[in-house]
Design a protein around this ligand. Structure first.
Ligand code: PHE
Ligand code: FE
Length: 295
Protein backbone atom coordinates (compact mmCIF):
# COMPACT_ATOMS: atom_id res chain seq x y z
CA UNK A 1 0.00 0.00 0.00
CA UNK A 2 1.33 3.43 -0.94
CA UNK A 3 1.48 5.81 2.02
CA UNK A 4 1.47 9.57 2.04
CA UNK A 5 4.95 10.97 2.54
CA UNK A 6 5.46 14.46 3.78
CA UNK A 7 7.47 17.02 1.89
CA UNK A 8 11.05 16.58 3.04
CA UNK A 9 13.05 19.42 4.47
CA UNK A 10 15.82 20.53 2.15
CA UNK A 11 19.48 21.31 2.47
CA UNK A 12 19.85 24.31 0.15
CA UNK A 13 22.55 26.89 -0.61
CA UNK A 14 21.03 29.00 2.14
CA UNK A 15 21.40 26.15 4.61
CA UNK A 16 18.93 23.67 6.00
CA UNK A 17 15.33 24.67 5.43
CA UNK A 18 13.07 22.64 7.69
CA UNK A 19 9.44 22.13 6.87
CA UNK A 20 7.44 22.70 10.05
CA UNK A 21 4.09 21.09 10.52
CA UNK A 22 1.72 21.21 13.43
CA UNK A 23 0.07 17.92 12.69
CA UNK A 24 -0.26 15.42 15.53
CA UNK A 25 -1.28 12.06 14.10
CA UNK A 26 -2.28 8.64 15.28
CA UNK A 27 0.58 6.34 14.21
CA UNK A 28 -0.78 4.86 10.94
CA UNK A 29 0.71 1.50 11.79
CA UNK A 30 -1.23 -0.54 9.23
CA UNK A 31 0.10 1.61 6.44
CA UNK A 32 3.74 0.60 7.00
CA UNK A 33 4.94 -1.49 4.09
CA UNK A 34 7.13 -4.58 4.26
CA UNK A 35 9.93 -2.33 3.05
CA UNK A 36 9.35 0.02 6.03
CA UNK A 37 9.53 -2.87 8.50
CA UNK A 38 12.66 -4.14 6.75
CA UNK A 39 14.36 -0.75 7.12
CA UNK A 40 13.52 -0.76 10.83
CA UNK A 41 14.86 -4.31 11.21
CA UNK A 42 18.13 -3.50 9.47
CA UNK A 43 18.77 -0.33 11.43
CA UNK A 44 17.70 -1.84 14.74
CA UNK A 45 19.89 -4.90 14.41
CA UNK A 46 22.85 -2.94 13.15
CA UNK A 47 22.78 -0.50 16.08
CA UNK A 48 21.99 -3.13 18.69
CA UNK A 49 25.02 -5.08 17.57
CA UNK A 50 27.52 -2.21 17.73
CA UNK A 51 26.28 -0.28 20.78
CA UNK A 52 27.58 -2.51 23.63
CA UNK A 53 30.83 -0.83 24.65
CA UNK A 54 29.85 2.40 22.87
CA UNK A 55 26.50 3.46 24.33
CA UNK A 56 25.99 4.33 27.99
CA UNK A 57 24.88 1.59 30.33
CA UNK A 58 21.70 3.59 30.97
CA UNK A 59 20.86 3.55 27.27
CA UNK A 60 21.51 -0.17 26.86
CA UNK A 61 19.47 -1.00 29.97
CA UNK A 62 16.59 1.20 28.85
CA UNK A 63 16.56 -0.24 25.36
CA UNK A 64 16.14 -3.70 26.85
CA UNK A 65 13.37 -2.54 29.15
CA UNK A 66 11.43 -0.90 26.30
CA UNK A 67 10.71 -4.17 24.54
CA UNK A 68 11.37 -2.88 21.05
CA UNK A 69 12.18 -5.70 18.68
CA UNK A 70 13.71 -5.94 15.23
CA UNK A 71 10.94 -7.89 13.56
CA UNK A 72 8.51 -5.01 13.13
CA UNK A 73 8.15 -1.29 13.74
CA UNK A 74 7.00 -0.86 17.33
CA UNK A 75 3.53 0.49 18.01
CA UNK A 76 3.53 3.65 20.09
CA UNK A 77 0.43 2.29 21.82
CA UNK A 78 2.41 -0.75 23.03
CA UNK A 79 5.38 1.30 24.25
CA UNK A 80 3.33 3.94 26.05
CA UNK A 81 2.21 1.87 29.05
CA UNK A 82 5.81 0.77 29.68
CA UNK A 83 7.18 4.29 29.38
CA UNK A 84 4.38 5.87 31.35
CA UNK A 85 4.79 3.42 34.21
CA UNK A 86 8.52 4.15 34.36
CA UNK A 87 8.62 7.95 34.19
CA UNK A 88 5.24 9.39 33.25
CA UNK A 89 6.25 10.09 29.63
CA UNK A 90 4.18 9.19 26.58
CA UNK A 91 4.82 9.21 22.85
CA UNK A 92 2.72 11.17 20.38
CA UNK A 93 2.92 10.70 16.62
CA UNK A 94 3.88 13.66 14.43
CA UNK A 95 4.41 14.32 10.72
CA UNK A 96 7.77 15.96 11.33
CA UNK A 97 9.38 18.91 13.07
CA UNK A 98 7.00 20.94 15.21
CA UNK A 99 7.18 24.70 15.68
CA UNK A 100 9.48 25.41 18.64
CA UNK A 101 6.92 26.56 21.17
CA UNK A 102 4.68 23.56 20.57
CA UNK A 103 7.62 21.21 20.85
CA UNK A 104 8.64 22.75 24.19
CA UNK A 105 5.07 22.55 25.51
CA UNK A 106 4.87 18.86 24.70
CA UNK A 107 8.16 18.17 26.48
CA UNK A 108 7.09 20.21 29.50
CA UNK A 109 4.03 17.93 29.71
CA UNK A 110 6.07 14.74 29.24
CA UNK A 111 4.87 14.07 25.73
CA UNK A 112 7.62 13.15 23.29
CA UNK A 113 6.78 13.77 19.62
CA UNK A 114 7.89 10.86 17.43
CA UNK A 115 7.95 11.14 13.65
CA UNK A 116 5.72 8.32 12.39
CA UNK A 117 7.39 7.68 9.01
CA UNK A 118 10.67 5.86 8.46
CA UNK A 119 13.46 6.58 5.99
CA UNK A 120 13.90 4.67 2.73
CA UNK A 121 16.36 1.86 2.28
CA UNK A 122 18.76 4.12 0.36
CA UNK A 123 18.90 6.47 3.38
CA UNK A 124 20.13 4.03 6.05
CA UNK A 125 23.28 5.98 6.82
CA UNK A 126 22.13 9.56 6.60
CA UNK A 127 18.98 11.61 6.60
CA UNK A 128 18.84 15.39 7.02
CA UNK A 129 15.90 15.33 9.39
CA UNK A 130 14.44 13.16 12.12
CA UNK A 131 12.49 10.05 11.12
CA UNK A 132 10.96 7.25 13.17
CA UNK A 133 14.25 5.45 13.67
CA UNK A 134 16.03 8.52 14.99
CA UNK A 135 13.16 9.50 17.27
CA UNK A 136 12.18 6.08 18.56
CA UNK A 137 15.51 4.31 18.80
CA UNK A 138 17.56 7.43 19.50
CA UNK A 139 15.43 9.43 21.94
CA UNK A 140 12.88 7.18 23.56
CA UNK A 141 14.97 4.64 25.53
CA UNK A 142 16.52 7.26 27.80
CA UNK A 143 13.07 8.62 28.64
CA UNK A 144 12.88 5.43 30.75
CA UNK A 145 15.68 6.83 32.95
CA UNK A 146 14.16 8.86 35.80
CA UNK A 147 16.85 11.56 35.92
CA UNK A 148 17.07 12.01 32.17
CA UNK A 149 13.27 12.00 31.94
CA UNK A 150 13.17 14.88 34.41
CA UNK A 151 15.86 16.73 32.47
CA UNK A 152 13.81 16.54 29.27
CA UNK A 153 10.71 17.91 30.97
CA UNK A 154 12.74 20.69 32.62
CA UNK A 155 14.19 21.48 29.20
CA UNK A 156 10.66 21.84 27.83
CA UNK A 157 9.75 24.31 30.59
CA UNK A 158 12.99 26.16 29.93
CA UNK A 159 12.10 26.27 26.25
CA UNK A 160 8.72 27.86 26.89
CA UNK A 161 10.49 30.45 29.01
CA UNK A 162 13.26 31.12 26.48
CA UNK A 163 10.65 31.48 23.75
CA UNK A 164 9.14 34.34 25.74
CA UNK A 165 12.54 36.00 26.16
CA UNK A 166 13.62 36.07 22.54
CA UNK A 167 15.49 34.50 19.68
CA UNK A 168 19.00 34.87 21.15
CA UNK A 169 17.91 32.95 24.25
CA UNK A 170 16.46 30.25 22.01
CA UNK A 171 19.72 29.94 20.09
CA UNK A 172 21.58 29.43 23.38
CA UNK A 173 19.07 26.84 24.57
CA UNK A 174 19.05 25.00 21.26
CA UNK A 175 22.83 24.58 21.46
CA UNK A 176 22.39 22.98 24.88
CA UNK A 177 19.90 20.50 23.41
CA UNK A 178 22.19 19.77 20.52
CA UNK A 179 25.28 19.10 22.61
CA UNK A 180 23.46 17.06 25.29
CA UNK A 181 20.25 15.38 24.12
CA UNK A 182 21.40 14.94 20.53
CA UNK A 183 25.19 14.58 20.67
CA UNK A 184 26.14 14.08 24.32
CA UNK A 185 28.85 11.79 25.70
CA UNK A 186 29.05 10.53 29.27
CA UNK A 187 32.04 9.46 31.35
CA UNK A 188 31.58 5.98 32.78
CA UNK A 189 33.82 3.76 34.88
CA UNK A 190 35.31 2.08 31.85
CA UNK A 191 35.54 5.09 29.56
CA UNK A 192 33.52 7.53 27.49
CA UNK A 193 30.14 6.40 26.24
CA UNK A 194 27.37 7.81 24.07
CA UNK A 195 24.00 9.00 25.30
CA UNK A 196 23.04 11.49 22.53
CA UNK A 197 20.24 10.34 20.26
CA UNK A 198 21.78 11.79 17.10
CA UNK A 199 24.77 9.55 17.72
CA UNK A 200 23.10 6.32 18.87
CA UNK A 201 20.85 6.36 15.82
CA UNK A 202 23.87 6.64 13.46
CA UNK A 203 26.32 3.80 12.91
CA UNK A 204 29.00 6.03 11.47
CA UNK A 205 28.88 8.67 14.17
CA UNK A 206 28.65 6.08 16.98
CA UNK A 207 32.12 4.92 16.01
CA UNK A 208 33.47 8.31 14.97
CA UNK A 209 32.58 10.22 18.15
CA UNK A 210 34.51 7.83 20.42
CA UNK A 211 37.18 6.28 18.23
CA UNK A 212 38.24 8.98 15.77
CA UNK A 213 41.06 11.39 16.59
CA UNK A 214 39.40 14.12 14.51
CA UNK A 215 36.84 15.58 16.96
CA UNK A 216 37.37 17.37 20.27
CA UNK A 217 36.01 15.72 23.38
CA UNK A 218 35.56 18.34 26.09
CA UNK A 219 34.05 18.39 29.59
CA UNK A 220 30.51 19.71 29.98
CA UNK A 221 30.37 23.45 30.69
CA UNK A 222 26.92 25.03 30.44
CA UNK A 223 27.82 28.54 29.29
CA UNK A 224 30.56 27.32 26.99
CA UNK A 225 28.10 24.97 25.28
CA UNK A 226 25.48 27.71 24.97
CA UNK A 227 28.03 29.77 23.01
CA UNK A 228 29.15 26.97 20.71
CA UNK A 229 27.99 26.69 17.10
CA UNK A 230 27.40 23.24 15.69
CA UNK A 231 27.19 21.11 12.55
CA UNK A 232 24.02 19.84 10.98
CA UNK A 233 25.42 18.26 7.83
CA UNK A 234 28.64 16.59 9.02
CA UNK A 235 29.74 14.73 12.15
CA UNK A 236 30.24 17.11 15.07
CA UNK A 237 33.65 18.75 15.45
CA UNK A 238 33.24 18.76 19.24
CA UNK A 239 31.46 16.49 21.71
CA UNK A 240 30.83 17.47 25.33
CA UNK A 241 31.18 14.95 28.14
CA UNK A 242 29.02 14.81 31.28
CA UNK A 243 29.89 12.82 34.42
CA UNK A 244 26.31 11.76 35.06
CA UNK A 245 22.73 12.72 34.25
CA UNK A 246 22.57 14.22 37.72
CA UNK A 247 25.33 16.65 36.72
CA UNK A 248 23.14 17.71 33.79
CA UNK A 249 20.15 18.25 36.09
CA UNK A 250 22.17 20.18 38.66
CA UNK A 251 23.96 22.38 36.12
CA UNK A 252 20.71 23.33 34.37
CA UNK A 253 18.71 23.90 37.56
CA UNK A 254 19.44 27.65 38.00
CA UNK A 255 17.44 30.36 36.26
CA UNK A 256 18.87 30.87 32.78
CA UNK A 257 17.56 34.44 32.36
CA UNK A 258 20.72 36.12 33.70
CA UNK A 259 22.86 33.70 31.70
CA UNK A 260 21.07 34.64 28.47
CA UNK A 261 21.69 38.31 29.25
CA UNK A 262 25.38 37.71 29.91
CA UNK A 263 25.89 35.58 26.80
CA UNK A 264 24.16 38.13 24.55
CA UNK A 265 27.27 40.31 24.92
CA UNK A 266 29.70 37.50 24.09
CA UNK A 267 30.82 36.07 20.77
CA UNK A 268 29.77 32.61 19.64
CA UNK A 269 32.50 29.94 19.55
CA UNK A 270 33.14 28.12 16.25
CA UNK A 271 32.20 24.42 16.39
CA UNK A 272 35.78 23.15 16.35
CA UNK A 273 37.56 25.65 18.62
CA UNK A 274 39.17 24.70 21.92
CA UNK A 275 39.31 27.53 24.46
CA UNK A 276 41.64 27.87 27.43
CA UNK A 277 39.02 27.12 30.08
CA UNK A 278 38.14 23.78 28.45
CA UNK A 279 38.65 20.50 30.27
CA UNK A 280 40.06 18.63 27.30
CA UNK A 281 39.62 14.86 27.19
CA UNK A 282 40.88 14.79 23.64
CA UNK A 283 41.96 17.63 21.37
CA UNK A 284 40.77 16.90 17.87
CA UNK A 285 43.17 16.72 14.95
CA UNK A 286 40.52 18.37 12.79
CA UNK A 287 41.06 15.83 10.05
CA UNK A 288 38.38 16.07 7.42
CA UNK A 289 36.76 19.19 8.82
CA UNK A 290 35.04 21.65 6.50
CA UNK A 291 35.88 25.28 7.21
CA UNK A 292 32.45 26.68 6.68
CA UNK A 293 28.99 25.52 7.54
CA UNK A 294 28.75 25.87 11.32
CA UNK A 295 25.23 26.92 12.28
N1 PHE B 1 16.79 26.30 34.43
C1 PHE B 1 16.46 26.66 33.06
C2 PHE B 1 15.86 28.06 32.98
O1 PHE B 1 15.63 28.71 33.96
C3 PHE B 1 15.48 25.67 32.45
C4 PHE B 1 16.16 24.46 31.91
C5 PHE B 1 16.26 23.27 32.64
C6 PHE B 1 16.70 24.49 30.65
C7 PHE B 1 16.86 22.17 32.11
C8 PHE B 1 17.32 23.38 30.12
C9 PHE B 1 17.40 22.22 30.85
O2 PHE B 1 15.62 28.53 31.91
FE1 FE C 1 16.57 14.35 17.66
Amino acid sequence: METARRTESQLTEKGYVPVYTTAIVEQPWDSYTDADHAVWAQLFERQKAILPGLASEEFIAALGAMEMTADRIPKFADLNPILHAATGWELIGVEGLLPELEFFQHLANRRFPVTWWIRREDQLDYLAEPDLFHDLFGHVPLLMNPVFADYMAAYGRGGVKAHGIGSDALVNLTRLYWYTVEFGLIQQKDGLRIYGSGIVSSKGESIHCLQSDAPNRIGFDLERIMRTRYRIDTYQKTYFVIDSFQQLMDATGPDFAPIYTKLAAMDAIPAGDVIDTDKVFHRGTGEGWLNDGDV
